[in-house]
Design a protein around this ligand. Structure first.
Ligand SMILES: [Zn+2]
Length: 411
C-alpha cells in the first residue's frame, strides 16, 4: 500500500526537462567554468506513505552526501546538503504526510541548505541511500522513517559535533561606550531561508515581505546620508534569533528594527502594529505572537539545548529598563503616529511581550508587524511596490524624528 503524493503529469515533467536543459545550457554558456556550489539543484520532493513507514525522496541533478540528524522537543529530522538551488515545479513548504507533519527547506547558512521535517511522533531513519539516474529518473536521495521511542530517537538520531546544529557564532560585543559618528541602524528582516515565517492567503511568505521592506528601508536610510545602516540578512537565508541580537550589539546599534508580517485566524483583521520587549505581555495576542516569533529557531532546526532558557525567559534587568524606555518612546510616541497617515493601524497598535529578538540590553529595539498577510486586501497591499515605498518612508521619517528628539535631549 503506497501513496505517492504530488506526482507531476508526464507532460509538465517533459516541459520542465526541456526548460531545465535550456537553462543549464545558458548558464554554462554565460559563465564558462563556473562551479558555484557545483550547480546542485533540488528538482522535486516526494513523500510516500506506507504501512509502518514514510519515505522521503529528494530528486537532484547530482549525487549528494547529506548530513542527517534528529532534534527532540519538538521532534524533528534535519537533512543538511551543500548549498543547492531549489528548483521545484511547485512550492512544497507546508504540510507533510505520514510520519512527517510539516516540511520546510531553504538556505540555512552560506554553503548549507537544509530540510526540516517535523515529526508526528519520534521517528528514526531506518534506511538511507542515494539512487543513480535510471529510467528517466534523476539522482534520488531516499530516507525511510519509522516510529520509535523518545529514548531511541535521542540515541539513534543524535547530532555529531560535525553536524553543528547550533550555528550561533561568537560576535565580539564592544565593551567601551560607543561613540558612533552617525547613528547606526540595524534593519532586521525577520525569518528567512528554511524558516518561511507566516504564509499569506495567496501563498506569499513573510520572509520575502520582511526582506523586501528591509531592503527598501535600508536604502532610504542610507540615501539620507544621516545613518550607518547594517542589515542582519540581505538574502533568503536563515538566521537564529540570538545571532540577530549579536549582530545588533556588535554593530554598536543605536536602533534595531525587526520587520515582520502577521497572520490572524480572522481574515478581516488588519493593520500595522509595533512591539517592544516586556516581562509581562500587554495582552494575550501579543503573548501568542511573541511565542510564535520566538519559535523561529525551532523551525530552522536549531538545537536549543544550550540556550533555550535564554530565549524563553525574558527578564528585563536594570540596564535594559533605560533602553526599553527609548524603545517605547520610538514605538508608541513616534512610529505609530507617523505610520497612521500611510497605513491602517491595528487596534492598540503598540503592544509589548517577551520577544527574544528584542533582548539586546543596550540597543533600543522594536519589532514591526507591517500588516496581516491573512487579510487578502492587506496582503496585496504589502507586496505592492508603491505601498512598500510609502510605508517604508513613514518608518524612515519616524527614525528621523526619534534621533532628532533624542539627540536634542542629549545636548
Ligand atoms: Zn515574524
Amino acid at each position: 500500500m503506497s501513496l505517492i503524493l504530488k506526482r507531476l503529469s508526464g507532460c509538465a515533467r517533459r516541459a520542465r526537462g526541456l526548460l531545465g536543459g535550456l537553462a543549464v545550457a545558458l548558464v554554462i554558456a554565460a559563465v564558462p567554468g563556473s562551479a558555484s556550489a557545483d550547480g546542485l539543484k533540488v528538482q522535486d520532493i516526494r513523500i510516500g506513505v506506507h504501512a509502518g513507514s514514510t519515505r522521503f525522496v529528494v530528486e537532484l541533478n547530482d549525487s549528494v552526501a547529506p548530513r542527517v540528524f534528529g532534534l527532540p522537543d519538538p521532534f524533528r529530522i534535519v537533512i543538511d546538503l551543500p548549498e543547492v538551488d531549489f528548483e521545484l515545479p511547485e512550492e512544497r513548504i507546508g504540510d507533510g504526510a505520514g510520519l512527517i507533519s510539516k516540511l520546510r527547506y531553504g538556505l540555512f547558512r552560506p554553503g548549507t541548505s537544509r530540510f526540516v521535517l517535523d515529526l508526528e511522533t519520534p521517528s528514526k531513519v531506518i534506511k538511507q541511500f542515494v539512487l543513480k539516474p535510471d529510467g528517466g529518473k534523476p539522482w534520488r536521495l531516499v530516507l525511510d522513517l519509522a516510529p520509535t521511542t523518545r529514548a531511541d530517537f535521542i540515541t539513534a538520531m543524535r547530532p555529531s559535533a560535525e553536524d553543528n546544529p547550533n550555528p550561533v557564532t561568537a560576535v565580539p560585543v564592544p565593551s567601551s561606550p560607543r561613540q558612533n559618528v552617525r547613528p547606526v541602524i540595524v534593519v532586521d528582516a525577520g525569518h528567512g531561508g528554511v524558516d518561511p515565517g507566516a504564509i499569506g492567503v495567496s501563498g506569499v511568505y513573510e520572509k520575502k515581505i520582511a526582506l523586501d521592506y528591509a531592503r527598501e528601508i535600508a536604502r532610504m536610510l542610507k540615501a539620507s546620508g544621516k545613518y550607518d545602516v547594517v542589515m542582519t540578512r540581505n538574502r533568503d537565508i536563515f538566521l537564529p534569533l540570538r545571532e540577530r541580537v549579536r549582530i545588533s550589539r556588535a554593530a554598536g546599534a543605536d536602533l534595531f528594527l525587526s520587520l515582520h508580517a502577521n497572520t490572524h485566524p480572522k481574515r478581516s483583521t488588519r493593520g500595522f502594529s509595533v512591539y517592544t520587549l516586556s516581562d509581562r505581555a500587554s495582552d494575550k495576542e501579543a503573548a501568542a505572537l511573541a511565542a510564535l516569533e520566538n519559535k523561529s529557531d525551532v523551525i530552522g532546526g536549531v538545537n536549543l539545548g544550550d540556550y533555550s532558557d535564554d530565549v524563553q525567559n525574558i527578564l528585563i534587568d536594570f540596564a535594559q529598563a533605560k533602553t526599553n524606555e527609548l524603545s517605547v518612546k520610538f514605538a508608541r510616541d513616534i512610529l505609530v503616529g507617523q505610520v497612521k497617515t500611510s497605513a491602517s493601524l491595528l487596534t492598540r497598535p503598540w503592544r509589548s511581550a517577551g520577544f527574544a529578538v528584542l533582548k539586546a540590553p543596550d540597543v533600543p529595539s522594536v519589532l514591526v508587524e507591517l500588516g496581516y498577510i491573512s487579510n487578502p486586501r492587506e496582503e496585496r497591499l504589502l507586496v505592492a511596490a508603491d505601498h512598500r515605498r510609502k510605508l517604508s518612508a513613514a518608518i524612515v521619517q519616524a527614525v528621523d524624528t526619534y534621533f532628532k528628539t533624542t539627540q536634542s535631549a542629549a545636548l
